[in-house]
Design a protein around this ligand. Structure first.
Ligand code: PBG
Length: 324
């Protein structure tokens, strides 16, 4: 008889042979920052997640810092939108002011900026439209402007999420040529055209006004194509490779981990968060336990970094001495 149960006999023994452990060090906490004042507004489809104006950031940043979460990922909601998303490269824009604010008062927290246009364009697409098609190369020029503005504001890392070809190479060149050779790039490398982004689009007011994102985001049916995306981002100089969403794409997380020797990030997206919150609110699942199991599964699949709206809650549990 092969008795694999022997090593499950006690909690201490299970701890001893445990293969993977979640840590607060794994987490990145996304923040929605809105133009205006005195805003601390709940997002209905993401219970526990709010939109903040810059002046209201201390409330949440104090918690992030106290929990020792290493990084935040910033999304901006501007006061006005236009065809190209020109607010994204305004040095006085919402993200730029938020970066300066956080870096001044919370220098120990790494500030990562999402680099995209969908929250800033009147049509909600992630770039410049030509005949209702997102023009790749015109968008690259605007990405350079946006990234340099984030760099000037003091961002510690930039994370382009628009899935335009050549993005990483362009960003790396722009940063290196302008005095930011040490600013790392976290690439949204394998980003799928996913229905799991629904709550985020409500939160960030970024749903496309027509069509979908299938001509730039990846087909959920494909995984080899994800390796190709990763190969290009790797060669172009990405420092961290991300898979998004996480839960339904853990095979892709594992594939990247096995094939690339750079840190792998996974984005546990809004729809994954919303499903767990909704089922827990109905009493159908134990929300805390399902949250920890899901985050652990993302880690087990190979993620070194987990971007998650659960970061604060999960850190709260991990920071309790006796959590198992
Ligand atoms: C694009 C962006 C999106 C998300 C992160 N960056 C939305 C999209 O691609 O439509 C989704 C994140 C989530 O669902 O939590 N700027």
């Amino acid at each position: 008889m092969h008795r694999t149960r022997r090593l499950r006999n006690s909690n201490s023994l299970r701890r001893l042979v445990r293969e993977n452990q979640l840590s607060v060090n794994d987490f990145v906490y996304p923040l929605f920052i809105e133009e205006g004042e005195n805003i601390d507004a709940p997002i209905s489809s993401m219970p526990g997640v709010n939109r903040y104006s810059v002046d209201k950031l201390p409330g949440i940043m104090d918690k992030v810092a106290a929990a020792r979460i290493p990084a935040v990922l910033l999304f901006g909601i501007p006061a006005s939108k236009d065809e190209e998303g020109a607010e994204t490269w305004n040095d006085e824009g919402i993200i730029q002011r938020a970066v300066r604010y956080i870096k001044k008062d919370y220098p120990q927290v790494t500030v990562i900026t999402d680099v995209c246009f969908c929250e800033y364009t009147s049509h909600g697409h992630c770039g410049v439209l030509v005949d209702d098609y997102v023009d790749n190369d015109l968008t690259l020029g605007n990405i350079r402007k946006q990234v340099l503005s984030h760099a000037r504001a003091g961002a510690d890392m930039v994370a382009p999420s628009g899935m335009m070809d050549g993005t990483i190479e362009n960003i790396r060149e722009a940063l290196d040529a302008n005095g930011y050779p040490n600013l790392p790039v976290m690439a949204y490398t394998v980003k799928y055209a996913s229905a799991f982004y629904g709550p985020f689009r409500e939160a960030a007011d970024s749903a496309p006004s027509f069509g979908d994102r299938k001509t730039y985001q990846m087909d959920p049916a494909n995984s080899r194509e994800g390796l190709l995306e990763a190969e290009y981002d790797d060669l172009e100089g990405a420092d961290i490779l991300m898979v998004k969403p996480a839960m339904a794409y853990l095979d892709v997380v594992r594939a990247l981990k096995e094939n690339f020797n750079k840190p792998i990030a996974a984005y546990n997206v809004s729809g994954e968060y919303a499903m767990i919150k909704a089922a827990a609110a109905k009493g159908w699942i134990d929300g805390d336990k399902v949250m920890m199991e899901l985050l652990l599964s993302i880690k087990r699949a190979g993620a070194d970094i987990i971007i998650t709206y659960f970061a604060l809650e999960a850190a709260g549990l991990l920071n309790k001495v006796n959590y198992e």
